[in-house]
Design a protein around this ligand. Sequence first.
Ligand SMILES: Nc1ncnc2c1ncn2[C@@H]1O[C@H](COP(=O)(O)OP(=O)(O)O)[C@@H](O)[C@H]1O
Ligand SMILES: [Mg+2]
Length: 294
Amino acid sequence: MTIRPVKHIRGMPRGSSRPQLILFSDGRHYIVKFKNNPVQGTRALVNEYVAGRLAQLLGLPVPPFKIVHISKHFFKENPVLFRHRFLPGHQFASEYIPDCLKKIDKESLSGLNIVNRRHLAGIIVFDQWVNNVDRRRGNILLRPLSGNRGFWLYMIDQGHSFSYYDYLSRRRECRWTPAGLRILPQKLKSNAFYRWCKQQSREEDFAYYLDKIQQLSEQQIRQVIASIPKDWNVSRVEREALYKYLIRAKKMLPDLIKPYLRKTDEQAGPEENAHPFLSKRVRVTKTTRQRKAR
Ligand SMILES: Nc1ncnc2c1ncn2[C@@H]1O[C@H](COP(=O)(O)OP(=O)(O)O)[C@@H](O)[C@H]1O
Ligand SMILES: [Mg+2]
């Protein structure tokens, strides 16, 4: 269903891409990231969209999102959009998740009951695949479930996927180029959020997502890239470079996430019973690896 913007509510207090809260004609609120936003540029929208679509294919918890069209007319009614130097056209809109936990610090995280805890390993494996260099506590949402049943965790802000992290200057660059993609993936930098995810996860959760990514077909990946809006200025050569990156990173992924699989090797239980949802291929790879290790 095509939706149109009805009312600009406000800019979000956080976010270097200056996301805006807007009411749409379906009666829902969305957080909209705009083309040409001054800090991250239109590439952040491309990254959000491609990574978001891939995450959806893997069943990972991204809020529902849409590509929306915002006209010059709406800009004229809301001149703040011009002041941010945004451009009319297609934008990335993520459905607003209300009532999320305001403050997520290390202490509060450790005591929380995360109902979809099994997704946490998936977030690590996925971020490594798409080289998201911006995952941290600020880029998740925790929505409380009714009746004190715990929290549902969402991953937001995929804008720094396919991005490069410069360890010397500590700068992140999300405006990728074909040449830049050739030196990716980088090994994910560990941080407090990832350590927490790892603590909450079982080895088989990592293997499960690794397997799911391996099973995504070339055609599925091509379709996602082909559906990037034309006015987001990704050339044919750039689209091909992004496709090639995803295929190459998929092949390198088992190696890159080895440290996560190794941790609990000794604790693994009987294969068939402990990992009923793993494909045979992953079980065989795992068994071979364990045999080699002995
Ligand atoms: N779908 C959403 N629902 C509720 N709040 C959101 C949603 N997406 C983003 N936000 C809020 O907006 C802030 C900025 O969004 P984010 O995607 O992290 O932008 P940036 O790339 O600029 O950091 C987040 O920290 C969060 O508070
Ligand atoms: Mg952010």
